[in-house]
Write a protein that binds this ligand. Structure first.
Ligand SMILES: C[S@@+](CC[C@H](N)C(=O)[O-])C[C@H]1O[C@@H](n2cnc3c(N)ncnc32)[C@H](O)[C@@H]1O
Length: 350
């Protein structure tokens, strides 16, 4: 067996056989203490305990405004995020889950009928596939066919991360969104630590160095991404800690869009007004940890941010003033912090 196949078999064994539920995890990496957003709490209650007890996510990668959307969950496990999304996309939306571990995906599959009835749907809107997230073609996910790709604590486990991201941007529609939670770290972890089933299975040794993630996206022509939440965590088990050295870990929820971004924020004089109407954000729309759009309040935005809101499914909820005909130099944070737009809600990508 080559090294890559060995890594894959170790993960299947870890999630299919070693772990029976989240109490069996040895560290908090796969289950960091991330708050469940308020709008999802009620929806969680509709999901069967057998699914919830085997949830190994490190965040809550469920973005707003999903009605009618096609959502693809990479490494869906027993399907908790899929069943949350199922309730949000509605009966006419579509949720596709893919996972390579038979024991995990079969639980998601076994509860499809139960969850359909629980959600009050006449027809199910979920489908679950046993497969690899590096090869979405083999489970029939076509080019430009998905509105939102989500993933929760999975990509760190893969040995060919470039292939995973290249598949994501193949299947996303233009303007579609990647919104995912994963474990990242502050340096490159020696590759051989991926051979340790415990370090890998606990979502530690495969964690991406955040600057390599940025480089990989750039290589795929995706030149901007945003941090939605980040939550550093400690590894307390002394044996595990000793093997990993001084690496610092961070559980992050990130988002980006299939848009033609520039490599830094440039100023074309765009101004954005959130107009409301997104159920999850009645008063203020949160794009990332630096962009909060209070309803009706003008916020200057860089060209990349204007594309994130103007070319995505969020466009109908914004009044976006400006175009790309004139360039005013690099986008400056001073426009927000010192200028007349100074506002308690921040609004820059700086
Ligand atoms: C930490 S668990 C997270 C599961 C699920 N997202 C959740 O939040 O409960 C990681 C999952 O990713 C799956 N996985 C890892 N690598 C994969 C790959 N290359 N292709 C498909 N699934 C993969 C594993 O089988 C496992 O179910």
């Amino acid at each position: 067996m080559d090294n890559q196949s060995n890594v894959i078999e170790n993960i299947k064994t870890y999630y299919g056989k070693t772990l029976q539920n989240k109490n069996d995890l040895k560290t908090s990496a796969c289950c960091t203490d991330q708050k469940i957003p308020d709008h999802l709490k009620g929806l969680m209650g509709n999901i069967h305990d057998d699914i919830v007890s085997k949830f190994y996510g490190c965040g809550s990668p469920i973005p707003p405004l999903l009605t009618g959307a096609t959502v693809l969950d990479l490494g869906c496990g027993t399907g908790l995020d899929c069943y949350l999304a199922s309730q949000l996309v509605g009966e006419n939306g579509r949720v596709i889950g893919v996972d390579m571990t038979k024991e995990q995906i079969s639980i998601a599959q076994n509860y499809e009928e139960y969850q359909k009835v629980k959600f009050g749907y006449k027809k199910k809107n979920t489908e679950f596939h046993l497969g690899y997230i590096e090869d979405l073609d083999s489970i029939g996910v076509a080019d430009d066919s998905v509105d939102v790709v989500i993933s929760n604590c999975v990509i760190n486990l893969t040995s060919d991360k470039r292939k995973v991201f290249s598949e994501i941007f193949r299947v996303l529609k233009p303007g579609g969104e990647l919104y995912f939670s994963d474990v990242f770290c502050d340096r490159r972890i020696p590759k051989e630590l991926m051979d340790d089933p415990l370090l890998l299975g606990e979502c530690l040794s495969g964690a991406m160095y955040i600057e390599d993630f940025r480089r990989m996206l750039k290589d795929l022509n995706i030149n901007d991404y945003r941090v939605v939440t980040e939550s550093p965590f400690e590894v307390n088990d002394a044996d595990i800690r000793n093997k990993l050295g001084m690496v610092k870990f961070n559980s992050m929820t990130l988002r980006t869009f299939k848009c033609d971004f520039e490599d830094i924020c440039e100023n074309y004089g765009h101004v954005a007004y959130y107009q409301g109407g997104i159920h999850e954000y009645p008063n203020n729309f949160i794009l990332d940890d630096h962009h909060q759009f209070e309803k009706g309040f003008p916020i200057p935005v860089c060209g990349n941010t204007s594309k994130m809101i103007g070319e995505s499914r969020f466009r109908e909820h914004f009044l976006l003033v400006g175009d790309f005909s004139s360039h005013y130099g690099e986008f400056s944070c001073d426009l927000i912090s010192n200028g007349k737009y100074d506002n308690p809600s921040s609004g820059s990508c700086c």
